[in-house]
Design a protein around this ligand. Sequence first.
Ligand code: FRU
Length: 501
Amino acid sequence: MKMTKEQKYRLLEQAEPGELERLAAQAESCGWRQRYHIQPHMGLLNDPNGFAFYDGKYHLFYQWFPLGTDHGMKYWYHVTSSDLAHWTDLGIGLTPGGPYDSHGAYSGSGIVKDGKLHLMYTGNVRDENWVRHPYQCLAITDGHAIATKLEQPVIGSVPPGYTDHFRDPKVWQDSDSYRCVIGAQRDDLTGTAVLYRSKDLLDWTFEGELQTSLSSFGYMWECPDYFELGDQGVLLFCPQGIEPQGERFRNIYQSGYMLGKPLESDRQTFEHGEFAELDRGFDFYAPQTTQGPDGERVLVGWMGLPDLDYPTDDKGWAHCLTLPRELSLRNGKLIQRPAAGLIGLRGEQITFSAELNGESRSFAGVEGAAYELQVSVSPAASDCKQGMFGIEFRTGENERTVLSYDASSGKVTLDRSQSGASLSPGYGTTRSCTLSSESGDRPIEFRLFVDTSSAEIFVNGGEETFTARLFPDSASTGISFFANGGSAAFEGSFWSLRENA
Ligand code: FRU
């Protein structure tokens, strides 16, 4: 049941007696609660925010509406981790409801300055005519208590030429100052991003629009992020309003990146290559990155999308974050690998191998609802260009999720048409991508992280990823491997994964 505006824009203290307990109990009893992904105790989670390495730990926040699964009054919820696998729950990190964030503390980022974690975010305000007023605000925390907000916004108005869709500041440190990129919509209703500069995070100067070659690429860019990796500048953003093109752009909104020459500190021009999707799956949006203690670049995304219904909506909770992924570059592509610390969740290892030819096979002990599965599939030399090889998982009497590799086309497909409770069927039930030709005759490597209601699949060491929510029956725990129309050697390892607490 959808909430009214009045119900959605309530603060926690405006909850009715017993409402929170009811929601929490409902969520807790849901059979689709995840085991090792970050998820809300109740209500709705969306974008990761304020991701930063501070005081010896990763601090991560997420957009949270506690009182239901609609997008309502957003708080920031705070968790920390030293290994990116086990997380400590710190509760609310940032509270909305002030004059400049009366209708939500929207997305933003974190940066360490003067020994304190500074959170820059968009304060969402709706006036009596329900007109939106975005303010860019700053809050400061020692990493333990709820962040203290500055009384005034640090950017109090939208520059001329842009609409009130102006949000999601991502801050980074440049040589002698700070810069931030903000997602925006031009007056002509096309999406873009703008740049600001500051010496102290308090006084910000508008530098101008980030100059890209995309003059008309969707109607809004949400959640931009800029960083440098190796000798490349990387711009992540989430354009809304892009039409599907073949295998690409099949989701309601897109999330991707462009590589280019690093931004020069006194310029706004970003010379870049093509926009590429970050993830090939169904449920991935609004990722944010930070730099770890050893210079590594780590990304976390929202495993969900705006404006879609999900099967847990009437169970008092919605969505989770993706696993943290470490980024690198290979052959002009962003590569994503699960954070190394995740091996800390593993139980005992089970290994298996088989030659399959026109058949399907399972292995004792290789089954479950929350596990890591690594498989390398080597088609026989004679079958390099023919046959369908793959994995069926979360299989039950009437359910299966199918991951396949078509050797004739080099195409990898994730099919959730029979995965269980259906979600957004209007956007299709399969996602595919064609592997780069360098994959050639190498074995195909699949690394799956399956949780109670999701799968994150890393192909060929993170060259491609597929992220998807899945809502199968709890009894659908089977896994089988198949080779149709050709033969292949399968070799793999399986680990049950423990909780992330
Ligand atoms: C992206 C987004 C952001 C906004 C936030 C509100 O999912 O719409 O643009 O700041 O969510 O929760």
